[in-house]
Design a binder for this molecule. Structure first.
Ligand code: MSP
Length: 661
């Protein structure tokens, strides 16, 4: 490679379970970096994939009563579907069960074995039979398994080992001489700290009697390869190592291996030594990001706070979700995900600042300039200031890319958006439109539109869908929708006379309502058996408006409070799935004196056709909300426990619109 190509990788994800927000985060980050580098005109390769062998996958398969291969085939599509939803533009997707990968792993093992870098020896340790895992003396807690707290037995097992010890000093020297190799710097210190203790050789085999889901060792068919020794190789098998020299030579060494902080040792100790033993150059940078916490807590299935990215996309749209993740996390540190933080940032950055600027400019160009970009104006001090600020943001975004400070780049872009809004306030083009100052009006609207052209280009890698929409509305032609960074670094490229378009509402403000099965389902409930005992089961039967008065000191409400919620019967007259959503249905309902549209999360609990004709109960006085851009007027009542959701219906014939009390 060199500096003229960009090769970025994500970890390959285990297929023991469906993807969560952590997986989505790294993959979106890789996508944003890849898209930025494409804008720069740099040849770019983006690789992601799945880690399909090993204990975790074999165990999940057993639990699900299917074969490990079926487990992989069923789960991999969930990742692939999520990447499609999140508009991920990976160039390749590698599965470790593919022959192209298996062949390379076996080739490396054979070569290292023949050269004496891998040898057979006895492995001695404490084995936990139920967990099927070895532990060292140090790992044990009060002489018991640290995982399940049961008794462990001493076991001696013949295995194969990779000679790592002999490369320890070389690795320390390499890390010290290459500060860019492990980023951010505190992770580099962590690895150097780890390397202060003597490094043992790595056990790279598992006897098939214990685990048979893996790549068979080429020199001993009684064993499979340790999953990490198999998985790490994807970064080179995915770009043609060792046979396709042209492809491998083009992309390797990788520019960035993006990883989470928990897999630092495998990537900054095992992997470089494996490459060294194979005579392959090391990747330029391993970058470890922090974790997403939910509020202040670690995300965990047993606690039931796992954030499902599919539900987030459904609720807030793909672009806003991508934006939040990129803007909110400072790379290298942990970040906190909460519904409230999302709403605050969305409303402030997207609905207020960017959405407002776009709507002002486009509406006024249409109304006051006949929908055409005006001639390039003479500029005064205010315009110069806006131009400098905006172009400054372009430079800082480029810088922030180099230093992996994506959140800073986004903040600089938003600062340029706010500057444009301030310029608008100061120039008050609405007043100019009323006076006869056509030149002044043209100047302000041109500068507003030009500023939008640039910021939409800078935000395009983060929000490709919405920014394309905005760029199209600015009258940019098809070849300009995907921006080039070189064009963003110049002021005045918007062509006079271009016809601008309409944009309904780029980022509609989120109003704090709780429509059925939206925010309630973003944080997945734990399975009832695993839910903490203190929590009551989640049964969102009621409308639960948040601003109702309560009886002091209790959870009870008075009858007057309850009677503020207007419940009515309604007959469903039509139902269709909402495009792009796997939960929402658009319903037409009849309430006796009026017809309404309600969007509700009823899939897959009901098929749309079985909903038509049902008489249900709706909250009739809920303020309207928009779900995926579709207006919803009211809310259906439903009862939900665990995976089951049922609508509340009426026991007998009653006309639609009847009062429920
Ligand atoms: N299969 C290995 C990686 C092999 S790479 C050669 C693996 N897979 S994983 O599916 O368990 O995790 C993948 C990534 O998700 C890791 O980088 C991990 O740090 C990341 N995350 C898991 N939980 C996370 C958060 N809560 N927040 C952010 N990332 C997190 O490990």
């Amino acid at each position: 490679m060199g500096n003229d190509t960009f090769y970025v990788t994500t970890p390959i994800y285990y297929v023991n379970d469906k993807p969560h927000i952590g997986h989505a985060y790294t993959t979106i980050l890789a996508d944003v970096l890849a898209r930025f580098h494409r804008l720069l005109g740099t040849p770019t390769h983006f690789l992601t994939g799945t880690d399909e062998h090993g204990q975790k996958v074999q165990r999940a398969a057993t639990e699900n009563g299917i074969t490990p291969q079926e487990q992989c085939d069923r789960t991999v599509v969930r990742f692939q579907e999520l990447w499609r939803k999140l508009e991920i533009t990976h160039d390749d997707f590698i599965r470790t069960t593919e022959e192209r990968h298996r062949r390379v792993v076996r080739g490396i093992l054979k070569d290292l074995y023949q050269r004496g870098e891998i040898y057979a020896s006895n492995y001695e340790g404490w084995y936990c039979v139920p967990c099927e895992r070895f532990f060292t003396e140090k790992d044990l807690i009060e002489a018991k398994c640290p995982e399940c707290k049961r008794s462990v037995e001493k076991l001696v097992e013949r295995n194969y080992f990779f000679r790592m010890t002999q490369h320890q000093q070389w690795l320390i020297d390499y890390i010290e001489a290459h500060p860019e190799f492990i980023q951010p710097p505190h992770r580099r210190q962590e690895t150097l700290g780890f390397l202060r203790k003597p490094l043992g050789d790595l056990c790279i085999s598992r006897p098939k009697t214990r685990l048979n889901w893996g790549i068979e060792l080429p020199f001993d068919s009684a064993y499979v390869t340790y999953v990490w020794f198999d998985a790490l190789v994807n970064y080179i098998s995915g770009v043609g190592y060792p046979d396709d020299k042209a492809t491998f030579g083009k992309w390797w060494p990788a520019t960035y291996h993006l990883i989470g902080k928990d897999i630092l040792t495998t990537h900054t100790v095992y992997w470089p030594i494996m490459l060294k033993a194979c005579g392959v150059e090391l990747p330029r940078t391993v970058f470890a990001h922090g974790w997403w916490l939910v509020g202040k807590d670690k995300m965990s299935k047993s606690v039931g706070n796992v954030v499902n990215p599919m539900d987030m996309v459904e609720k807030c749209g793909v672009d806003a979700f991508r934006y939040f993740l990129m803007a909110e996390m400072t790379l290298g540190q942990d970040a906190s995900f909460t519904e409230q933080a999302f709403t605050v940032r969305y409303n402030s950055d997207l609905a207020n600042d960017l959405g407002n600027l776009a709507s002002r400019v486009l509406k006024m160009v249409k109304r006051d300039l006949g929908g055409k970009i005006p001639p390039v104006p003479q500029t005064g001090e205010d315009e110069k200031e806006l131009m400098e600020l905006t172009l400054g943001a372009v430079a800082r975004v480029q810088e922030s890319l180099g230093t992996m400070q994506i959140d800073r780049g986004i903040a600089d872009t938003l600062a340029a958006v706010r500057a444009a809004n301030r310029y608008f306030e100061k120039m008050a083009p609405w007043k100019l439109a009323k006076s006869d100052d056509q030149a002044g009006l043209s100047r302000v609207l041109y500068c507003g539109a030009e500023s939008l052209r640039i910021v939409s280009g800078l935000l395009y890698p983060v929000m490709p869908g919405k920014m394309s929409e905005l760029r199209r509305a600015l009258g940019l032609d098809d070849t300009e929708i995907t921006p080039r960074l070189a064009d963003l670094a110049q002021w005045g490229k918007l062509k006079p006379g271009q016809c601008t378009g309409d944009i309904e509402s780029l980022f509609p403000r989120i109003v704090e309502t709780k429509p059925v099965a939206t925010m309630d389902t973003i944080v997945e409930p734990a399975s009832p058996a695993k839910a903490p005992a203190a929590k009551p089961p989640r049964t969102p039967v009621s409308a639960k408006p948040t601003n109702l008065t309560k009886v002091a000191g209790t959870d009870q409400i008075g009858i007057e409070t309850f009677s503020t919620v207007k419940l009515r019967t309604a007959r469903i007259t039509a139902a269709e799935p909402v495009k792009g959503s796997h939960k929402l249905v658009r319903l037409q309902v009849h309430l006796g004196t009026e017809d309404r549209q309600i969007v509700a999360g009823l899939l897959p609990h009901y098929r749309p056709e079985e909903l038509v004709g049902k008489t249900v109960v709706v909250v009739a006085n809920l303020e309207p909300a928009r779900l995926l851009g579709i207006e919803s007027n009211g809310m259906l009542l439903a009862a939900k426990t665990g995976e089951h959701l049922r609508l509340l219906t009426v026991d007998g014939a009653l006309p639609p619109g009847s009062e429920v009390s």
